[in-house]
Design a protein around this ligand. Structure first.
Ligand code: ZN
Length: 293
């Protein structure tokens, strides 16, 4: 019987569960809204139970912050999330107790970053950002995630303020930080500045230039800190061609020829995996990796 691998993309608004074969082709995939932990985890377990006889392992990429330190007492927990009911939930413990297979636990953006390296066999070093209602990033060096006592949180680094935001005394909407990337550039910041929901803002609005300025700064940080071969931007905002163009232009201006980087069109890109499938592919590959050990 062929081995199957499980993927859980645990998002703040929805859970995407999938089972894939040895070639990472999807055998079955479901998604449902993230409601209470009990209800959501029960649905997840029920889905994988159908495949239990053939499942070799399951990888979970979760919203966070999460505890990924195997030596920690709260390993596998979602920790300090502001999402109601989900703080201090033992996600891995609750999901794995009914199975006798290995589980792998990481952030949703690490799963996506991993999937993007699977889709780019020549790339060994990559940073993946998602720009949506929140901002997060996963970084990979030689096939391993970058992190130490925990996972990285590149969405919450402090930014140099855009002149327009400085003039308006606008420091973003993050409840934890005054002037971090997520607070200044995630979806809710657009509405905070304009009073209009992001998807309804005209393409020629100046607010896109402000957002692109911060996303370009994130690309500068990734470049300076990690020197990756490629920086991938996922999420709905960056799927708009005009945003990709704006970010590339501002990145080039901010870098100011300080370091050699690949051609910006090959360097600052959108996902290689279609249909938001990066995390699912990454999880299949991570599940396979842990079962080979
Ligand atoms: Zn923040």
């Amino acid at each position: 019987m062929s081995k199957l691998y499980g993927s859980v993309e645990a998002g703040g608004t929805k859970f995407v569960c999938a089972v894939g074969d040895d070639n990472f082709q999807i055998v079955e995939k479901v998604q449902f809204p993230t409601t209470t932990p009990y209800e959501t985890i029960e649905k997840t377990v029920d889905f994988f139970k159908k495949f239990e006889a053939d499942l070799a392992g399951i990888a979970i990429g979760s919203f966070g912050p999460i505890d990924i330190d195997p030596n920690s007492e709260t390993y596998g927990y979602i920790t300090s999330t502001p999402k109601p009911n989900w703080a201090n939930v033992d996600l891995v413990g609750l999901m794995s107790k009914d199975f006798k297979i290995p589980f792998y636990f990481t952030t949703d953006v690490n799963s996506s970053a991993y999937g993007e390296t699977v889709a780019r066999p020549k790339v060994k070093s990559l940073v993946y950002y998602t720009i949506g209602t929140g901002i997060g990033a996963g970084a990979i060096q030689n096939g391993e995630f970058i992190g130490g006592v925990g996972h990285t949180e590149a969405g919450h680094t402090y930014m140099a303020l855009h002149p327009s935001d400085a003039a308006n005394d606008f420091y973003g909407v993050c409840p934890f930080h005054r002037g971090c990337l997520e607070g200044l550039a995630a979806g809710p910041s657009l509405e905070a500045r304009t009073g209009i929901r992001g998807e309804l803002i005209e393409q020629n609005s100046d607010v896109w230039d402000i957002q692109a300025y911060y996303i370009a700064q994130a690309a500068i940080q990734a470049t300076m800190l990690y020197r990756p071969q490629v920086i991938v931007f996922g999420g709905g905002v960056m799927a708009q061609e005009h945003m990709l163009r704006r970010v590339r232009e501002k990145f080039t201006a901010l870098l100011n020829d300080y370091l050699p980087v690949p051609d910006v069109k090959d360097y600052i890109v959108t996902p290689a995996v279609a249909d938001n499938g990066s995390a699912t592919l990454g999880n299949f590959a991570l599940a396979k990796k842990i079962t080979k050990k």
